[in-house]
Design a protein around this ligand. Sequence first.
Ligand code: NAD
Length: 497
Amino acid sequence: MIESIMQRLGVVDTRYRDGDYAVTSPTDGGELGRVRLESGERVQARIDRAQAAFEAWRRVPAPRRGELVRLFGEQLRRHKEDLGTLVTLECGKIYQEGLGEVQEMIDICDLAVGQSRQLYGLTIASERPGHHMRESWHPLGPIGLITAFNFPVAPWAWNAALALVCGNSLLWKPSEKTPLCALACQALLERAMAEFGDEAPADLSQVIIGEREAGEVLTDDPRVPLISATGSTRMGREVAPRVAARFGRSILELGGNNAMILAPSADLDMAVRAILFSAVGTAGQRCTTLRRLIVHESVRDEVVERIKKAYAGVSIGDPMGGSLVGPLIDAQAFDQMQSVLGTAREQGAKVFGGERRLADEYPDGYYVAPAIVEVDRQDELVKHETFAPILYVMSYRGFDEALALQNDVPQGLSSCVFTTDVREAEAFVSDVGSDCGIANVNIGPSGAEIGGAFGGEKDTGGGRESGSDVWKSYMRRQTNTVNYSRELPLAQGIKFD
Ligand code: NAD
């Protein structure tokens, strides 16, 4: 199957079959391909070429740059099923979610095409007669993109589509666990470039196959003015100071520890459905996965019973075969989950689920039953992001207590409240409510739309991607003062003669 998919997506055999680094599928541990990891010198050479490509691309008018992104969006529409399948095979999320990820890529292309005609600045009043002031936005340079395994294509596209219309070239280091998805995206973009014609320089977009060391070459190079990195908080702690040391900019999209406050007035049917999707979807391996349920004590028992029932009915298995929950990415993720559940038990928590499934059928695929862990308090274990389907449940009495619990973790990505009380809903999204980058009412924490800015505060890194005015992150701001008079007045009325 992989050969025909890669062929249709336009990835040549030598790119994914001739290397010595094995790429395996989490679905069954089977080998999907063999890629070559790139040396530091090769990455340096790519940065040289990205610089040359940038110098040509920034001269192309922005709406024309948008046309390239439009053509890329067309390629994605045409190959949605193949790319969605590849996402499923390489990172293990179910096919519906694989398709959803490609749809997000299409959506951001649409947004970026429109944005390419709206890279606007300001006109500003000058205090001096015969002067104009304005603010303009210019392309930045080669953009370094580092991405995580669990969303192998969409976050790249959020960055790439906007960065391209803003006049930049791209250097993408995908997760070493999902290089084939990156090669496929690159092949589709190259097809769009061929259709677009000569104005698009050959090295406008490049993929760097490698582990963290390849990412470090990017983070340390002053020719890469912006590093946009998606991954763990550990990775962000390493990347941020290195980029800052050379006065580069970074967009950091790091770990989350997302909560739902479930109030007694909530529509419980809706809440339970939202919990199910956001806690077990992608086998708990979304940055926005629901990890903490803060439920009012008066409905706690009922809610826990209903979630357990819903969990018992969830189909776990082959992500291409219509199940709702696919595998964890690898054995290490499984071991981590088991170790955390073991600690929770030792600490007296009540643990439901969490055991391995389908081990006989898939000895090298790590399928698990999603776990519910009932805790009395929010201790260090709960405050840590474990990248697996573990839902901690704790109860509250007053809404202020619930808000305090929601905010009392190091991460600040996504959050939500289920309530029909307008005071609680508004308090949650107010200045003194949720401290996260995303705060939803009567919607779970995962499944964001492209139009809004995506990202979070605190240990989540503070970056924003996708919609709103995020395009500005991929450009440099310039303030212009133009004197069209015959005098040379100084600002602040200073006399210098
Ligand atoms: P990871 O941190 O292990 O790796 C992410 C990427 O960073 C990989 O490409 C890796 O090679 C690279 N990398 C690691 N150390 C590096 C370094 N020192 N310098 C340069 N590059 C380095 O993360 P993962 O296991 O692939 O993904 C899961 C994590 O990503 C979770 O914590 C999840 O919450 C987070 N995530 C966040 C978002 C978001 O938008 N906030 C989205 C997806 C995933």
